[in-house]
Design a protein around this ligand. Sequence first.
Ligand SMILES: NC(=O)c1ccc[n+]([C@@H]2O[C@H](COP(=O)([O-])OP(=O)(O)OC[C@H]3O[C@@H](n4cnc5c(N)ncnc54)[C@H](OP(=O)(O)O)[C@@H]3O)[C@@H](O)[C@H]2O)c1
Length: 305
Amino acid sequence: MILTRRGMLKLSAGAGAALVLGPVPTFVQGDLIERPIPSTGELVPAVGLGTARTFNAGASESELAPLREVLAVFVEMGGKVLDTAPAYRKSETVSGILAEQLGVTDRLFMATKVAARDRERGIAQMENSFDLLKRDVMDLMQVHNLRGWATLLPLLREWKAAGRIRYIGITTSRSSQYDDFEAVMRQEELDFIQVNYSVGEPLADERILPLAIDRGMAVLVNEPYNRGRLFDAVRGVDLPEWAAEFDADSWGQIFLKWIIGHPAVTCPIPATTQARHARDNMGAAYGRLPDAAMRRRIASFFAGL
Ligand SMILES: NC(=O)c1ccc[n+]([C@@H]2O[C@H](COP(=O)([O-])OP(=O)(O)OC[C@H]3O[C@@H](n4cnc5c(N)ncnc54)[C@H](OP(=O)(O)O)[C@@H]3O)[C@@H](O)[C@H]2O)c1
């Protein structure tokens, strides 16, 4: 933790620091929790960054500056997995601009999505994402909310074989879609799934997460704060003493570490517009994690609020 704070001091040393980040320092890497992607063994940090709504901003410097600080803090603290989508309006554009300004376009593990009725539209949408994110190769392409999956997954496999996509996956964030989602997980070879999972909405741990382990699929967790609602539930509630037993300094870190503590999870992808929250969130990728008994304790504490 001391090292990460030092990273923050370094980052905030000058107003222009984020713009001239240069080579990314490696001093926080030692303690960073990483998780293997089952299909290859490649390691990724255990906390990522979402962009829905938060990165849907205009291109003026006043709108970009705070978001650039979010991305700079994220990268300084060892973050890599950035999740975006064409459906998030300007988020791909903003992600591409900020990554280029910080000089981290190729350092990030960029995950975006595709949702289209037919192949041609799918191709056009993906080409646009590559342009906006300024990448020749996309780390992860996910079929957004299963939309068009039967048509798009064969296309994604072609692009993967051609070297334009490194990993393929599917996403959902609604439990009403879990039956269909599970069926696709059973019948398709996928590198990743992405699902909503939080101490406030834990349903994925009944079937989706165990199935991901069985099928050897990496798991990105969306809505890890239930779109921010978890913080409303604990407003005014003191941090329990037992949070120190797994090195959690904040409610955000309790919520994220509860997620990372599940053995199926590769990384949650919390979204934020604030650099101090990005620092808080990345802090969950350091230190000890709650074991199964502690995870139950967190869940029952939360249920009792
Ligand atoms: N079907 C899909 O594929 C799908 C669906 C939903 C989401 N996603 C992905 O998952 C990502 C995350 O989900 P989400 O954005 O819906 O919700 P979320 O990450 O659960 O919550 C975001 C909210 O939490 C707040 N927050 C973040 N860090 C905080 C902290 N440390 N302390 C206090 N508040 C904090 C943010 O406010 P501040 O800005 O004030 O920090 C924001 O209002 C999305 O951005 C997207 O990339 C995918």
